[in-house]
Ligand binder design. Structure first.
Ligand code: NDP
Length: 236
């Protein structure tokens, strides 16, 4: 797949979403950076100042379908009438740490599912008419969502929601294949962000550069795959 031209990144105000936005702008793409509170997204707004006309910051709460519809209404205004997205990066996600068997709560499970799995499915469904034929949809998953790699009872709300996101990926890949839209799940590695923590192995810049290399290399046959940031296939 050639370098994307128009990209939407969710959860763009910090962590990997902010780094995706930065690297996409550096390489010349046009970015719609979506986040919950644009007014408070200082780093994003500073980037928007550096790249006038090539970047727009729009509000989006991925866990709120009403917000998806509002984004879909606003997108043509910033992209230009008739312009479609070449790449959608479903990056926003939450992780509730410290969960123990016997004390897993419904609230964490429900919040994780709504944000990490239902959000990307419903947002992609809403934005599907605005995706170009041959576009790419990237769902930010995790090795912790791999059933095959499960070794212990850890981060259950997150793991369950990312496993669900993997199924979302397989289903969307089939739903959109006839338009040549490639949908993949990716793992960014263990990355030094607020979620990954300061002891994580990989710098955000390296993870995102690796992921963009994988995304650029995707072809029609790659729909429904689960890849890590270095291109290794991950077992479901
Ligand atoms: P961070 O916690 O640093 O950033 C999470 C981002 O998601 C923030 O921008 C946050 O916005 C946003 N977000 C959370 N909930 C919502 C919501 N309801 N609507 C819109 N935005 C929301 O995490 P990372 O950057 O590390 O993670 C990015 C993605 O990569 C996630 O999907 C994560 O699961 C995945 N991942 C990360 C790994 C790592 O090691 N870091 C490993 C494997 C996967 P706000 O500031 O408003 O909260």
């Amino acid at each position: 797949m050639n370098a994307a031209r128009h990209v939407l990144v969710t959860g763009a105000n910090r962590g990997l979403g902010l780094e995706f936005t930065r690297q996409l702008l550096v390489r010349g793409d046009r970015v719609v950076a979506a986040c919950r509170q644009p007014g408070k997204a200082a780093a994003l707004n500073a980037l928007a100042g550096e790249y006038p006309g090539r970047m727009h910051v729009l509000p989006l709460d991925v866990a709120a379908p009403k917000s998806h519809a509002e984004l879909a209404r606003e997108l043509p205004l910033v992209l230009g009438e008739g312009v479609r997205l070449d790449l959608l990066i479903n990056n926003a996600g939450v992780l509730h740490s410290g969960e123990r068997f016997g004390r897993v709560g419904a609230d964490n499970l429900e919040h994780s599912f709504r944000t990490n799995a239902a959000g990307p499915l419903l947002l992609t469904q809403t934005l599907a008419p605005l995706l170009s034929d041959g576009a790419c949809v990237v769902n930010m998953s995790s090795r912790l969502g791999s059933i095959a790699l499960t070794e212990r009872f850890g981060t259950p709300s997150y793991a369950v929601s990312k496993a669900a996101l993997n199924m979302v990926t397989a289903l969307l890949a089939r739903a959109l294949a006839d338009r040549g839209i490639v949908v993949v799940a990716v793992s960014p590695g263990w990355v030094r962000t607020e979620m990954g923590g300061e002891n994580a192995e990989v710098a955000p810049a390296d993870s995102v550069a690796g992921l963009l290399r994988q995304i650029d290399g995707l072809g029609a046959d790659d729909g429904g795959r689960f890849l890590d940031w270095q291109g290794e296939a991950i077992d479901w």
